[in-house]
Ligand binder design. Structure first.
Ligand code: COA
Length: 126
């Protein structure tokens, strides 16, 4: 869905250790019934702040990303915000739309999947 493959446990914690040391990044855990369901973050230079999110597979399709992102947007004052999403990631596009983002551009070389270039879309808020 996201084009970026999920990391194994060691790579995941190594990646997140770096993210959490970066004071410019705002991070949140999505917790459902005391279980970690996913994460949200806001990152990037002041003039182009970006949001991203990721859910564990068991938690997808239950409205969790929309609710979590809506709450996160209430806590993060920066505007405008952008989000990059693979064109084929219809669920993520819908999450952004439901949270008030508008399609504002394209990202022709968003990522690579099975050796093929995958186009992306840019969504903006504010
Ligand atoms: C994409 C992701 C965040 C969606 O989370 P989620 O909690 O399932 O999303 P929600 O349930 O809040 O909303 C999904 C919406 O997409 C819709 N949707 C899901 N699959 C769809 C599809 N194939 N076609 C059209 N709409 C689809 C749902 O119907 C829902 O919209 P609705 O409420 O209007 O019915 C989650 O699957 C995920 O983390 N995926 C892996 C990482 C990723 O893609 N991150 C985003 C990178 S930009």
């Amino acid at each position: 869905m996201a084009v970026f493959p999920s990391r194994d446990r060691e790579a995941f914690f190594e990646h997140w250790s770096r993210i959490m040391l970066d004071r410019s990044v705002i991070t949140r855990v999505i917790e459902i019934d005391r279980q970690v369901a996913g994460n949200l973050l806001c990152f990037g230079p002041l003039e182009r702040r970006e949001v991203g999110y990721w859910l564990g597979r068991d938690f997808c399709g239950k409205g969790i990303a929309t609710e979590a992102l809506a709450k996160f947007l209430g806590e993060v004052p920066e505007r405008p915000l952008v989000a990059h999403v693979a064109e084929h990631n219809l669920a993520s596009r819908r999450v952004l739309e439901k949270c008030g983002f508008n399609h504002s551009g394209g990202d022709p070389a968003f990522g690579t999947l099975d050796g093929e270039t995958v186009p992306g879309l840019i969504f903006s808020l504010g």
